[in-house]
Structures are given as structure tokens and as C-alpha cells.
Design a binder for this molecule. Structure first.
Ligand code: NDP
Length: 287
């Protein structure tokens, strides 16, 4: 039987650490500021942005949301980003994705200042990760690493399997694991014999977006299972990519969905904002 990795409790601990760092910066006259840009009326995006506003307020970060109409032109959006890049009071900027289809996502990402790119999606930050150099790391993979660390697992030499190769989860996750000396396999939709690859995993990260795709009987006994997936079933219930009940009997540690990776993503966004505020001013990492 697995031990449950309590993402809610660990995220609360991260927010507490962030809150302390924000307070000490304020004592030095620095008010940390996070700007979120939301284009259009996507209901899920509005919920995510409200959660970010709430999290900012809770840790003492000044959160400012720019809500723009769905017909905002790409050029107007790029102009706003350019002005945020120049504003000395802006520590972090993120554009809530997806943007409407008439706007090119890559152009938006590229227009951000890498030093303020708290999502860690800018090619400079991704390149710094691959080069093992300091930079802002994508929030979800960074949060997953913290969850693994909280289990006390030493990753050195372990077999880690990441299912999913997106730029926001799978690929950065694999590089973070590699940095910690795990032997990493990346799987995707064209991978042959996924069950065998998964059965090799001492640490499994599922970032697929297919409810219960990973069967419990595929899990190596004693594995650490991190389920990034967020899928709604027909009844509207949130489920992960891993068959939780089946995996629970075999894993040593497992994240629930909800209450696992989800809360960590937003906590690490707050943490990244503080890291960006410090790095931009030449201050040491407060964590
Ligand atoms: P993407 O759709 O960008 O990537 C999904 C990946 O899964 C792709 O690499 C795809 O392969 C792979 N894949 C799809 N089907 C299969 C299959 N049958 N077998 C093996 N691999 C498969 O998704 P994201 O990375 O953005 O997100 C993944 C999941 O994580 C989603 O459920 C998302 O909602 C969730 N998520 C959760 C977050 C959180 O905070 N908890 C944050 C971000 C995401 P290929 O590349 O070949 O198409």
C-alpha cells in the first residue's frame, strides 16, 4: 500500500516559504509584483487566473491582471508585453494560455523578458535548463520535483519514466530528473510497449491527459508515482492519468488527483515570482 503524497499540505509549506521571502523583501523596500495577462473569455482560463490572484494575495505578492477582450490584436498584446518588460515594478509576467487562435503563441512567448518569464516557457529559460544553468523552471515540473524530494527518494541512478513530451511538462520534467542523475526514459503517443517501459520505472511521471491510461498492474512494486494528469470524466469528476486504486496497491508513494500536483503548480508560480524578483536585482536565492 502506498503512502499518499499530500500535495495540498506541501504546497501550503511552499507558500509559507514564499510568504516569508516576500516579507523580507518588503522590509528591504521591495514589493514583489506579478502581472497576469488574460485574453478572451475562456471560462477555465478565468478560473485559473482567479486562483493565481488569490494565491498572490495570500503570499503578499502584488498581483495585477490585465483582462483583454477576445479580439485583442497580436500587435496590441505584444505592445503590452513590451511595456511590462520595461516596468521596474514588474517582477513576473505570464500570459494565460491558450490565447485566441488569431494570436501566435510562440510570438507571445518569445516577446517576454526571460528574466520575468515566471512560467519558464521562454526558449532562453528552456535552453538554460537543458544547459544545466540557472534560470526560471516551468512550475509544474519544478513542483513535481519537490513532491519527489518530500518522499526522501534519492534519484541518483534510479530509472525515471516520463510519459508525455510537452514543452510545459514532459520535456522540462525529464531534464530536471536528468540533472539529478536519474536515468530517464521519455514516452509519448508513438512509444511501443508502454506497459513494459512503465514497469521499469522507479519513479513514474504521467503527464498525458488521458484518464486512467496507466493501469495499476503496470506499476513496478515500490515505485514513486506522480500523476500530473487532470481529466474530467463524464460526471465532471477530476481524475488523473493513472488508475489510482490499482496503482495504490503497488506504489510506495503516489499523488492523488485532485490534491497532488495541481496545488504545487500555483505554489511554484509564486516561488518563481520571488526568484525572478531576487535574480533581477542581483539578490541571492532566498530559498
Ligand atoms: P499535451 O497534450 O501537450 O501532451 C500530452 C503528451 O502525452 C504528449 O506528449 C503525447 O504524445 C502524450 N500522449 C498522448 N496520448 C498518449 C498515449 N496513448 N500514450 C503515451 N503518450 C501519450 O499535455 P500537457 O503536457 O500540457 O498536459 C498533460 C496533462 O497534464 C493534462 O491532463 C493536463 O491537464 C495536465 N496538466 C496538469 C497541470 C497541473 O498543474 N496539475 C499543469 C499542466 C498540465 P505526443 O507528443 O506523441 O502527442
Amino acid at each position: 500500500m502506498a503512502q499518499i503524497i499530500d500535495g495540498k499540505a506541501i504546497a501550503a509549506k511552499v507558500r509559507q516559504e514564499v510568504s516569508q521571502a516576500v516579507t523580507s523583501l518588503r522590509e528591504r523596500g521591495i514589493q514583489v509584483g506579478l502581472h497576469v495577462v488574460l485574453v478572451g473569455d475562456d471560462p477555465a482560463s478565468h478560473v485559473y487566473v482567479r486562483n493565481k490572484e488569490r494565491a498572490s494575495a495570500e503570499v503578499g505578492i502584488r498581483g495585477i491582471t490585465h483582462r483583454l477582450p477576445a479580439d485583442t490584436t497580436e500587435s496590441d498584446l505584444l505592445t503590452l508585453l513590451a511595456s511590462l518588460n520595461r516596468d521596474p515594478e514588474v517582477d513576473g509576467v505570464l500570459v494565460q494560455l491558450p490565447v485566441p487562435p488569431h494570436i501566435d503563441t510562440n510570438r507571445v512567448t518569445d516577446a517576454q523578458d526571460p528574466a520575468r518569464d515566471v512560467d519558464g516557457f521562454h526558449p532562453v529559460n528552456l535552453g538554460m535548463l537543458v544547459s544545466d544553468r540557472p534560470g526560471l523552471r516551468a512550475c509544474t515540473p519544478a513542483g513535481c520535483m519537490r513532491l519527489i524530494d518530500e518522499t526522501g527518494t534519492d534519484l541518483k541512478g534510479k530509472r525515471a519514466v516520463v510519459v508525455g513530451r510537452s514543452l510545459i511538462v514532459g520535456k522540462p520534467m525529464a531534464h530536471l530528473l536528468l540533472q539529478r542523475h536519474a536515468t530517464v526514459t521519455i514516452c509519448h503517443s508513438r512509444t511501443q510497449d508502454l506497459p513494459t517501459r512503465i514497469a521499469e520505472a522507479d519513479v513514474l511521471i504521467a503527464a498525458i491527459g488521458r484518464a486512467n491510461l496507466v493501469r495499476g498492474e503496470w506499476i513496478k512494486p515500490g515505485a514513486v508515482v506522480i500523476d500530473v494528469g487532470m481529466n474530467r470524466n463524464d460526471a465532471g469528476k477530476l481524475t488523473g492519468d493513472v488508475d489510482y486504486e490499482g496503482a495504490f496497491d503497488r506504489a510506495s508513494f503516489i499523488t492523488p488527483v485532485p490534491g497532488g500536483v495541481g496545488p504545487m503548480t500555483i505554489a511554484y508560480l509564486m516561488r518563481n515570482t520571488v526568484l525572478a524578483a531576487c535574480a533581477r536585482r542581483g539578490l541571492p536565492d532566498p530559498f
